[in-house]
Design a protein around this ligand. Sequence first.
Ligand SMILES: Cc1ncc(COP(=O)(O)O)c(C=O)c1O
Length: 434
Amino acid sequence: MRIVNQLIHLEDVPATVIAETYGTPTYVYEENRIRENFRRTLAAFRRYYPDFHLFYAIKCLNNLAVANILRQEGAGIDAASVNEILLAKALGLGGEEVMFSGNFLSDDDIRQGLESGVIFNLDDPSLLPRVLRHGRPQVIAFRVNPGYGRSEVGPFVTNAGPDAKFGVHPDQVLDAYRAARDAGIRRFGAHMMPGSCIRDPEYFGFITGLIMDIIGKASRELQIEFDFIDLGGGLGIPYKPEDKDKPLDIEEAAARVAAAFRQKVAEYGMKPPRLMMEPARYFVGDAGYLVGRVHCIKDSYKRIVGTDIGMNTLARPAMYGAYHHIYVDGREDGPRRAVGLCGQICENTDFWVKDRPLPAGIQVGDLVVVENAGAYGYVMSYAYNGRLRPAEVLVNGDRHWLIRERETFRDLIRGVHVPPHLRPRPARLRKLAR
Ligand SMILES: Cc1ncc(COP(=O)(O)O)c(C=O)c1O
């Protein structure tokens, strides 16, 4: 994003062009930024560990246009569900280019996962016999919960540690791999996802040591080699303006990971495994924007600016108390005044901010642009209050494409069936009955 003469541009496309062409609210993704983010990550980690591979956790933005950008760059897919495996297939990816890391799987999930031939990453040892009932995968990984988790998003988004629902307890890891080995499985992987939105490079070295101590012991004890170790996602981006000059130093993170990895591989006498990560936010988070419009300003107990972007279009603030910076098109240089800014949903949690200095001259009809909306944005939107899900647009230079249509009323009633006795009678018959 850049601001030229006070006007917000997404790559080279003015926000006004987006709003006029596609309406509001609309998610916009910058293709070049996504490519840069991916290339920076791959180059940094490969510099320190050449056998390094990136999967994209498609849960965070599942539009196939965006996922195809990452596929072109060389990403595999981390799938959280069978439908995400199908998205990967729609990208032309399969087999060991896809990792299935679902949790609390049903038998149907297991059966379909096996049929798809992707890598199974099991969230609990109890899943292994259930998988084996349906077939024997080539490779099995377990998601390890090392007892430590960290999140810069807040306590709601802690993916590991005693309070998390994910992963295998370290005390169960040895038995889990032993059971897999004894069942005839010969290729193994290990996975972990302890952090969310971390900008501290030290953390990445630290968690590498954690998983490698657990896996190294299993390797030694069970005399098995590991094909790959997957460190999950968690590469962070700054959301607050005061953090903009403190992005994650990806080079340092990569150097620390590789150093810890090599050291532990040597310590446990392992054959060097492939090193993997499956980030999401770091690739697409800061490449995405949400463009909305101001529809109403009221001065009641305080000034509240009402927009067509609410908790239904971007759930993170209401869900996690997450911060997103908001710009007002054409007014960023003006004086500021603390106001509230909300959406149109009938819930009082539908406040972006209750008291944030925004341009004082903000008017009905202005465009607002929310930053860092690429990750966990559209995918968490919903049609509460009959407010339909927004459109998605991709920009590259001064070109722009609609990559997902805005929902219409038809989507609201798609698949809904009213039994005959509940259907309204035609108006003519209602009149006769009166
Ligand atoms: C298993 C798994 N891998 C990867 C990710 C992506 O995480 P991030 O967006 O922090 O990179 C997530 C996010 O929840 C996840 O659950």
